[in-house]
Write a protein that binds this ligand. Structure first.
Ligand code: KG4
Ligand code: ZN
Length: 338
């Protein structure tokens, strides 16, 4: 049948997806979440994550095969995330994927995690060139994609915390449970986004970078000084400032790059305020469905498919897990700030 099997174990979700090589149709996309395992610790415990991946991979594979009504005989290539991410977690999925491919004499394609997020854009036939903003717990990066399956250009990235990480840390400061993003967003819905005039990070820059740790410190200072400060107002004002920072930079990049199509990926794409603000932009904004914007295996298979479509690939067997792997060359940064 010509399926590509994609595996993602970069952090705390075990994802396996099956994509048709010919059409790009997602036939299955199963994710086993470990949130309940890590929640008591207030964050992901790397060693626990590795062990959970090992336990989940086989059942998740079986579930994906059931969903696709397929068997391993239908798989012609296996793709797995090699980085960036937690080293142990990456090693489990990468090694498991290699073993599966080797044992069945299949092509093996190592995929960069962000390449996967970018490829999730192809879900409804989005055509390059486009801009892709990835905002998750581990990354906040803005890419220009000129050709599917080719190296994108990174226009900017977070200089410190990722957007989702900032949501999680501020949620913790406000006494909300892990993972904090959705809980903070819920609390923000009942607050006034103009109540606290937080300074928008990097508001004077001419480049396309992001920064969220200063904002997090501003919230920490505020909460420490005034424990009775209205939590909903803090949440709403923080959320509004993050959304403003993301979208102003995105809109500026779209104008400068002469691109109208913009894809949003990563868990923060689920944020209600962000989604509402995106609708106000005069751009063709595509937000993949939640199962494709958060970490998953189908996006890894989609990335492998895009690369395979460009011609024969070098053998992937020697690609090791790379926790800090960069994806793309960046634009010069020295002149990015005024
Ligand atoms: O892409 P993802 O599922 O996993 C990675 O980090 O790779 O993203 C998870 C992140 C977490 O930081 C979570 O708090 C954030 O996305 N998030 C949200 C919302 N839902 C998830 N942040 C803000 N608002 C939300 N509704
Ligand atoms: Zn991710």
């Amino acid at each position: 049948m010509g399926l590509i099997l994609g595996i993602d174990t970069s952090c705390d979700d075990t994802g396996i997806g099956l994509v048709e090589r010919g059409s790009g149709r997602v036939r299955a996309n199963v994710v086993a979440s470990q949130t309940a395992v890590h929640a008591p610790y207030g964050g992901v415990v790397p060693e626990r994550a590795s062990r959970e991946h090992l336990a989940h991979l086989r059942p998740v594979l079986d579930a994906a095969m059931r969903d696709a009504d397929a068997s391993l005989d239908d798989v012609e290539a296996v793709a797995a995330t090699y980085g960036p991410g937690l080293i142990g977690a990456l090693l489990v999925g990468l090694t498991w994927g290699k073993a599966l491919a080797w044992g069945r004499d299949l092509t093996f394609v190592p995929v960069h995690h962000l390449e996967g997020h970018i490829a999730s854009a192809t879900f409804d036939g989005v055509q390059a060139p486009y801009l892709c903003l990835i905002a998750s717990g581990g990354h906040t990066s803005l890419f220009r994609v000129d050709e599917e399956g080719a190296r994108p250009t990174e226009l900017g990235r977070s200089l410190d915390d990722a957007a989702g990480e900032a949501f999680d840390k501020v949620a913790r400061l406000l006494g909300l449970p892990f993972p904090g993003g959705p809980a903070l967003s819920e609390l923000a819905a009942g607050g006034d986004p103009n109540a606290i005039p937080f300074t928008r990070p990097l508001r004077r820059q001419v480049g396309y970078d992001f920064s969220f740790s200063g904002l997090k410190t501003a919230v920490a200072t505020l909460v420490e000084r005034d424990p009775d400060v209205g939590r909903a107002n803090v949440a709403a004002s923080f959320e509004a400032t993050v959304v403003d920072a993301l979208l102003r930079t995105l809109a500026r990049a779209a104008r400068a790059e002469g691109l109208r199509t913009v894809v949003i990926a990563g868990g923060v794409a689920a944020n209600r305020r962000l989604r509402a603000a995106l609708r106000e932009l005069d751009l063709d904004v595509r937000v993949p469905p939640p199962e494709l914007t958060t970490d998953n295996g189908a996006m890894i298979a989609l990335a492998a498919r895009a690369r395979m479509a460009r011609g024969p690939l070098p053998p992937g067997w020697t690609q090791d897990a790379a926790p800090y792997a960069p994806l793309a060359s960046t634009t010069p940064r020295a002149s990015s700030y005024t």
